[in-house]
Structure formats: structure tokens, C-alpha cells
Design a protein around this ligand. Structure first.
Ligand code: MRU
Length: 362
């Protein structure tokens, strides 16, 4: 199976849903093992999201929607009279699994609306509508075509001769492992690779190593060469002139264009601005949050200090007794973002004004 956006495609498909069962590629075990996890309830899906078995803002929205579809199937076969109570509780649980990505609460609210608007239908009819809405969440994300638009924006900005190679740097994983399609930031990378030779630097992205484990695996899988960079080497590599653009995804973009993304993103944006390197955020409009006015209002997930103190579960790197702080995301002020690329258009500064054109219903 492969997922396609325009002429671009990926062989990486990290989820599938059939008959009340959500199969998720367990991203905690990549790249060494390719194992699928089965979720047959909202609770199991919420745990998969919380524990990062599935991650990436758009994909956790898709997983939550199908987690509720699985929940609907579960109550349908056991206690259809509990449909509303079970679905409401499941929705609450899923929405609370991770706080920063607005795609998660957005997808959960879409399913909740279906449940609330259909009290007179049978549980089976409602289950089918929940499944249909979950399919729509996934399909809209799959079709959100950011790649070509982002590649064209960078090509115009670079104005490089045909055939010249370009080096781009990315952080975390904003690829097929994080969406229902070819990815946001990695979609743009795929779009650029179709136009000219591209060298990809991927930050390791400590402490969960989304870059080392996931971005590297995904790009190699699709035949795109990738060079890993320790996170701490990124600023100097940008300053050295070796990077033509930094391209990242987002978990939530506030109304004024402030961008929450994997911690470390803000530092990359600062290094880009200090060195005149374009800093591009690629995200579907489902990541725009018009109800959050600025980055100060975005909830930043704090994860367990164990995830910093241990290199992998049970492999401790720090001495007993030390404490650790792990904010999983940071906020890049909109003024540092040269372009926010969505499936409906590109916002350039001042994002406070230009982003309004891209908001749903604009
Ligand atoms: O903690 P994660 O791995 O879910 O963080 C993911 C990111 O920060 C991604 O950049 C973001 O969700 C965009 S994915 C298209």
C-alpha cells in the first residue's frame, strides 16, 4: 500500500482500521521492530497516544477518531444502551491524552458532534456515521496537499539554478509517520526532492529520538538519503552556511502565527533568523487554532523526567537523585517564521494579518 499526494508518494502507512480494530505501527519500537498494536477501545487508543506508540499532531487526531469508532463498535456488541455515555467518556479520555496538538481535540470534537447530533438513530446507524466521520478526518489529512506549495515557495525564495542541490534541515518527525499522508515538513522535502537533488539533515530530536529513529527510518524506506545531526550541532551547522532552509511541522498554530512544535524548534528559528536562512512551518489548516490568540495560551506538554533520565526504558544515563525537566514542545514567535505553508495557501509575515485568510471559513 502506498499513500499518494499529487505525484508524490510514500510506502510508509502507519495505521489501518477495520471492523472495530485500529492497527497502529508501534513507533516506540522503530526502527528495530515493525510491530503493529491493536486498539479496540477508546481507552487503549488513548494509552497508545499518551505513550507515543502513535504520535505526530495530524496522526494522533486520526488515531483518536478511529479510537472512537472502535469504541462505538465495542459498545454496539456489548451494551448498546451505553452508547452515549461510553462515547462521551471515550472522547474526554482521548482529548486529554496529550494537550498540545490541536488536531487531537479537533478530531475528537468532530466525532463528538456526530454522536450528539444523532440521538434518534440506532446504535448501529450511529456507529456507521462515527466510522464515516473518522474516515473523513483521515481522508482530509491525506489530501491536505502542502508539499508542492511548500516546495514552490522555497524554490522561488532560493532561485537556484536547475539541478543545483539544496540542503534542508528538519526536526522531530513531521512525515508519513505523523500524518495520514506523505507528511507536512517531510512532504515538502519529498516535493523538493522531485525537483532537484536534496540533502536532508535530520536532528536526532532527543529524548524520544523522533529524528534518529523515525525520520531516518521513513526517509530511507522511501529511498531518500538522510544525515543525522545531534540537536546540539544544528545552530552551528546553520551558521556555517550549510543549510538552505529549515522545514518543520507544528502541533498548534495560534491565531497570531505563534507556532508550537517539538522542543528545540524555537532554537532553530533563532539560528535561522540570525543567519538569514528561511524558516518554514508546514502544517494542515487543522493545526491552526483560531481560538488560541497567541503562543502564551498554548498548553505545553510536560512529560515524565524519566524520559530524559533514561536513554531507553531501563537504560539510565543520569545519576540517581538528579531531577530533569522535559517540556515536550516550545513556542516559536510568529515574527521568526518566514512562511506557514498550509494546503490552502502560504502565510508570510505579518502572520497576525495574513493567517486570517487561511483560517477555515475565511
Ligand atoms: O511528540 P511528538 O512526536 O508527537 O511531536 C511531533 C511534532 O512535534 C511534529 O513536528 C508535529 O506534531 C507535526 S507532525 C506533522
Amino acid at each position: 500500500v502506498s499513500t499518494t499526494s499529487s505525484s508524490l508518494s510514500t510506502s510508509v502507512v502507519p495505521w489501518r482500521y477495520a471492523a472495530g480494530r485500529l492497527h497502529l505501527l508501534d513507533q516506540r519500537r522503530l526502527p528495530n521492530e515493525e510491530v503493529f498494536l491493536d486498539c479496540e477501545s477508546a481507552a487503549q487508543t488513548a494509552e497508545a497516544i499518551r505513550s507515543l506508540a502513535v504520535r505526530g499532531a495530524p496522526l494522533i487526531g486520526v488515531a483518536a477518531a478511529f479510537g472512537l469508532a472502535a469504541e462505538a463498535r465495542r459498545v454496539l456488541s456489548r451494551s448498546p444502551g451505553d452508547f452515549d455515555v461510553a462515547l462521551e467518556a471515550g472522547a474526554d479520555r482521548l482529548a486529554a491524552a496529550r494537550p498540545t496538538a490541536v488536531n487531537l481535540s479537533g478530531a475528537v470534537e468532530r466525532i463528538r458532534r456526530v454522536v450528539r447530533e444523532t440521538p434518534l438513530l440506532t446504535p448501529l446507524e450511529r456507529t456507521l456515521l462515527v466510522e464515516k466521520e473518522a474516515e473523513a478526518v483521515a481522508e482530509e489529512d491525506r489530501l491536505a496537499c502542502i508539499a508542492e506549495r511548500g516546495a514552490s515557495w522555497l524554490e522561488a525564495r532560493w532561485n537556484l539554478p536547475p539541478g543545483a542541490s539544496a540542503t534542508v534541515l528538519t526536526h522531530c518527525n513531521a512525515g508519513a509517520l505523523a500524518t495520514a499522508g506523505i507528511g507536512t515538513a517531510l512532504g515538502v522535502v519529498r516535493g523538493l526532492s522531485a525537483r532537484r537533488p536534496v540533502v536532508v539533515f535530520a536532528d536526532e530530536t532527543r529524548p524520544f529520538f523522533q529524528g534518529a529513529r523515525l525520520t531516518a527510518w521513513e526517509l530511507l524506506r522511501d529511498g531518500v538519503a538522510v544525515t543525522l545531526l545531534p540537536d546540539v550541532a544544528a545552530a552551528w551547522t546553520i551558521a556555517s552556511g550549510a543549510v538552505a532552509a529549515v522545514i518543520v511541522g507544528a502541533d498548534r498554530i495560534a491565531r497570531n502565527g505563534d507556532v508550537a512544535n517539538k522542543v528545540g524548534t524555537y532554537g532553530l528559528a533563532l539560528a535561522c533568523r540570525a543567519n538569514g536562512v528561511p524558516f518554514v512551518v508546514a502544517a494542515p489548516t487543522s493545526t491552526l487554532d483560531p481560538l488560541t490568540l497567541s503562543g502564551a495560551d498554548i498548553p505545553i506538554e510536560r512529560r515524565s523526567s524519566e524520559e530524559v533520565l533514561e536513554l531507553a526504558p531501563g537504560v539510565r544515563v543520569a545519576p540517581a537523585g538528579v531531577t530533569a525537566l522535559y517540556p515536550a514542545f516550545d513556542v516559536t514567535p510568529s515574527a521568526l517564521v518566514d512562511a506557514i505553508v498550509t494546503e490552502v495557501g502560504v502565510s508570510v509575515p505579518p502572520h497576525e494579518i495574513n493567517l486570517r485568510e487561511l483560517l477555515p471559513g475565511a
